[in-house]
Structure formats: structure tokens, C-alpha cells
Ligand binder design. Sequence first.
Ligand code: ZN
Length: 453
Amino acid sequence: MMIGRRFRCYPTPAQQDKLRLWIRCQRFIYNSKVEELDYFLKFSKFALPLTGVAVPIDQKYSHFMGDGAEWLRKCPSDIRVFAATNWMYAYRRFQTGLSARPRRHKDKGNGSVWISSRLFRFEAGEAKNGSFHTIWVGRPRNPEHVVGHIPFRAHLDYQIPKSVHLVREAGKWYLTFAFDDGLQIPDEAETVEWLAGFGEDELLQKAIGVDRGVVTPVVTSEGAFLEIPPDQKESMKRDEAKMKRWKRRIRRRKPGSANWRKACDQVAKTASHAKNVRNDFAHKASRSIVNAGKPLIVFEDLRIPNMVKRPAPAPGTNGRWLPNGASQKKGLTRGILDSSWGRIDKYTRQKALAKGMLCVKAQPRYSSQECSKCGHVQTENRVSQDTFQCQVCSYESNADLNAAKVLAKRGAAMVANEGYSPKKRKRYGVCRKKKKSKELGPGRPEVTLGESE
Ligand SMILES: [Zn+2]
């Protein structure tokens, strides 16, 4: 199973300059590849068939290193190769239908450089949690290509990866990579089969429903109310005010000036802090959902992108606009984004998968108006924002808790009766052309290719 790691690292100013050059180099080649393809696609329909020129979809980059681009030679060739490979991966993702066509990467001061194992060496022996380790980056043969020792804080254990990324984000540097821990993930289909063997009632005992809301971000059917701690909520509010202030300053300052750059850095810093708070909450919430120990986790099937979309403008007469509820909607959108619904869903799925649990999505319709005890649906069942009272069996409960229980019921019924089939993830593969083996004997080579050469 692939495990990702992201450690904070601390390059010196001189090292940062070199790494920024490498980032620039990879971005230059990536963007050149993007532009090259755009150029050829423009003419591919009418002009190219006449000349017999094929649209180049390859990893060649040396033709970008002509006049004015000699600075590319200050970077090791592995850096340039990986830039072209990165573009190729992006293009393959596009061909498989996983993403849009690769676009230019803008220079916003952030960025990352992808480094192969020929250019780094982990210096620490055994990985110990929370201690400083060092990574040596560079190519020993050429002193211009040496970055040197960079310390990083390993807050989790790790294994040596095949490649790493050095990332600059809001003025901070990170070392990120993924490695295979060799353990097999339990197959999702097998988990479904095992769970479908139980009856609906039995399955309900094994299910946990998760209701996401704006007032309380996460409520589980086990009665856990998960919220962002008050002090962090306060700091998010402060971030928002700070952001407003600095954005105003950006508008007043001259673009490109030193003070304008400072204001941009402040905005990026504040945004990354708010992001960290939300991310932290999503990780803690998903961990506590998985730690409840129920093998079936049920979420509502929410279309979050649709829910946070801006309302369409309503054109009126005389070139005026009618009120479309945009400012009222803003609060809800912010609430949804601040409670990081999407992340909680994603992280829970990942954590559940590693533990052999199943994470499903149930139909959310009327889940807040249905009684979890008798199943009666009525608008009046929901007395207020936080109270639920059934008009038939007079069952009374917290509204979110009731909704979470309804979801658990729906999920259990779905897996037990209708059968649930896990979505097959689209994958893409980059395969190199195999070299044709030279035929030595009649039909098959007697010597392997390596030996013959
Ligand atoms: Zn009822």
C-alpha cells in the first residue's frame, strides 16, 4: 500500500536559491511542452496531414534549450528529464479521461521540483519519530549541481522512496514523497461480500451513519458531536479579518513592487494557516469515525461542488440586476467550506480502506425529516434547527443525531438488499516501448539482450 509523507524541511537561503532555479527549470520545460502541443494541435486538422508531420507526444525537451535558455544547463539533466516525464504523466491522465488537458503552470512564487533517486540520499539511519533527519541533494560530480544537506523534521516514520518532491508553499519548504510499505490493502469487493452476508438488522449494528452539517460539522449515529475547537474557530475568524486587510493592501500597492510582494506573502501565509486548521480537523474527525470500529460507514451522497456554487445572476430590465440571493448564500457556502465536508469524506474513505472497512454513500433525501425509529416522514417532524420530534411515535432526539441514524439505516439496507458495487477507479499507466529483441536463434534469442550487447 502506498503511503504518503510530507515533512517540513529547512534549506538555507543559498540552498533555497538553487532549489528555486530547479523549480523554474522544471516549470519552463513543462510549460514549453504544453505550448508545443497547443501549437501543433492548432494546425493538426488542416496543415499537418499535408506535410506528414505528426503531433509530437513524447518526452523530448532538448530543442527548448536553444538561445536564451542556456540557464537550463545550470540544473542537472535529471531535473529536465523529470519535467518532461511530468508533462507526459499529465497528458496520459488527460487521455484516460482523468483530468483536463495539461495547462501552463503559473509562477505564483510557489512550486515544487521533482527529484529522482540519483539526486538525493537520505542520511539518517533508522527513522525515529519527531527527530531531525537530513537529506543530501545534488549531483556530486558538478559543484554547481550540489544543493547539500537539508534538515527535515520526520514526525512520522518512513521508508526510503524512489523519488521526492521539494515543495515551496507560502514561504515554507516541504519534503514530500510516497513509498510502498509492502502491506496488501484488503480488497473492497471482499469486504462488500462479507458485509452482504449479514441480515439488514445485523448490519445495522455494524453500521455508523455520519451526518454533516454547518452548525455542527460532523455528527455520528453513535452520538459523537465533532466540532472545530473554539480557540481554532477564533483563529480562523482572525485569519479572515487579516486576509481582508492584506488583500486591500495588495490592491493599493503597485504590482511587482517589494511591498506588494510582502502583502502577497502575508495573504498566502494566512490562507495556508486557515487551510491547516481545516485539514487538521478533517484528519481528527475522520480518525475518530474510523476508530468507532464499525465496519460499515455511511455518508450522505452530497454534491458539494453544486452546493458551493455561486447563484446565477438574475438579469432585470434597463441593464440592472435583480437580487439573486448571492449574499445570503455566501454564509452557507463559507460554512460548508469551513467544515471541510469533502476532506472528511475523502480521509475517512482512505483510513477505512486501510482497515478493511467499507465507506458508502446513501441517498440524503428527507434524511432530516424521517424518524429513525418508525420511519415516518413529515416536514413538521423537525421542530427546530436542533430538535427532532416524530409526529407519530413522538420520538424525540437531536435533529442531526436522528439524521445520522437514518443514514446508518439506509446504508445498511443498501448493502444488505440492493447490493453495493464499489466504483472502479480509472487508472492510467505509462508504459515504455519494449526494445525489440534481436533474433539470434530460430525464432527465439539464445542469449539475453544484455549479454549480446
Ligand atoms: Zn417516529
